[in-house]
Design a protein around this ligand. Structure first.
Ligand code: V47
Length: 392
């Protein structure tokens, strides 16, 4: 069915954006269905440039997933294993967690991103010890650890309030929280996707508590499964409302569904147009969240680069050893070097800025030579030659 291009309505929405008036649910759905993708992208780009100019942020980080044993039954998940002895199930010892950082002591890593399954049989001390072990090695490293779904699970399992959990984790070394586990807030979709884990109000309450304690967090939205466009925009509006109350979200990260090795494998993956439109609509709906991040691991480097003209100002980081998406069939590389990221950003006509987790600027690209990049663009990513690059 051909969609009608209602340019007069588009102009009204654009005027609201330019006057700083928040968009509503109907505006969001309209932008999702407006046939001229480039017009929606250009409007989002206007906002992105008003907020950040050409700056495009990234950081030098890596991921640790200490365990994938998980009592939740999320239909979209390819990472979790219910039983500890199931094939591909793992639980690292504290020493193995520590070893992940030991291996990277010569790298300019500023952040460790830590996410787990909901393990049925670990003490709270385990999660605190993971943080303590990393901080002991590198007291200056930022630990962005444990999603709101994990915090809710810890509170239930160990009989603590959200505040008690967060305070204890902060004492052990937690600095901020990642945005995972939000999926889609609408109850109808959530029931189909992830019955039994923290619901929308609980997810939001954990973040509200974190923000009250001065812990900055990110927020996400899983798109491309069973949700409607209304439910996507509703999700964004719930995030915007909490942000209006607390101001504690740093960045919104739309997460594209990856269909391999999970119970929703019959669904097609979201398309390139859907990715770009979702970033643009996110930028336009969430006027009060400073950053929009394209997680290149999920959507691929090419689309992430184009997204820099559709409202995105952040490309996450070097990542290294990503599991959640690679177990769901992502064919992106396991890691990017700083130089790889800078090159991508430069070629998109933007200025690369290395940030820390809290968006303090550590380095701004002044056009130095990027030695050592050897990528034959005609090869698929999996067979491109990765060389170890000198720190810029
Ligand atoms: O909550 C799991 C999603 C999230 C699949 O805060 C899947 O900086 C698609 O939250 N297909 C975890 N998505 C990842 C996450 C994240 C990633 C990068 C940066 C940050 C940040 C947060 O991944 C889960 C879920 O929504 N997910 N499986 C899948 N098959």
């Amino acid at each position: 069915m051909k969609r009608i291009k209602d340019t007069a309505r588009f102009d009204r929405v654009a005027a609201k954006v330019r006057e700083g008036e928040p968009l509503d649910l109907d505006d969001g759905v309209f932008l999702y269905t407006y046939p001229d993708l480039l017009a929606v992208g250009a409007l989002a780009n206007e906002r992105r440039e008003a907020l950040h100019g050409d700056k495009t942020f990234f950081n030098v980080n890596f991921h640790i997933n200490p365990t994938n044993v998980c009592v939740a039954d999320c239909k979209f998940c390819s990472f979790a294993r219910l039983e500890p002895d199931a094939p591909a199930a793992f639980t690292m010892s504290i020493d193995e967690v520590r070893q992940k950082l030991v291996e990277r002591m010569d790298q300019p890593v500023t952040e460790v991103h830590i996410v787990n399954g909901l393990h049925h049989d670990l003490d709270f001390e385990y999660y605190k010890d993971c943080l303590r072990a990393l901080k002991q090695l590198r007291p200056d490293i930022h630990l962005k650890a444990y999603t709101a779904v994990e915090i809710h699970y810890f509170a239930e399992k160990y009989g603590l309030s959200y505040e008690q959990v967060l305070v204890e984790l902060r004492e052990a070394g937690l600095d901020s929280m990642p945005g995972g586990g939000a999926e889609i807030f609408a109850e109808r979709a959530r029931r189909k996707l992830c019955r039994g884990k923290a619901d929308a109000d609980q997810w939001l309450e954990v973040h509200r508590t974190a923000h009250r304690l001065g812990i900055r967090t990110n927020c996400t939205m899983l798109y491309g499964t069973v949700e409607t466009l209304e439910e996507r925009v509703d999700h964004m509006l719930r995030l915007r409302d909490l942000q209006a109350e607390t101001g504690g979200f740093q960045t919104f990260i739309p997460l594209a569904f990856h269909p391999e090795n999970n119970n929703l494998g019959k669904l097609p993956a979201p398309t390139g147009v859907d990715h770009l439109r979702t970033y643009a609509v996110g930028r336009l709906m969430l006027h009060n969240i400073p950053h929009i991040k394209a997680y290149w691991v999920m959507i691929g480097l090419e689309t992430a680069q184009i997204a820099l003209s559709f409202g995105v100002d952040d490309l996450d980081g070097t990542v290294q050893e990503e599991k959640i998406y690679h177990m769901a069939g992502a064919d992106t590389p396991q890691a990017m070097t700083r130089a790889d990221l800078v090159r991508l950003i430069r070629e998109a006509g933007r200025v690369a800025v290395e940030r820390d987790t809290l968006y303090n600027e550590r380095w701004v690209d002044a056009g130095e030579a990027l030695e050592g990049v050897r990528i034959d663009a005609s090869l698929p990513y999996s067979s491109r030659e990765r060389v170890s690059l000198p720190v810029l």
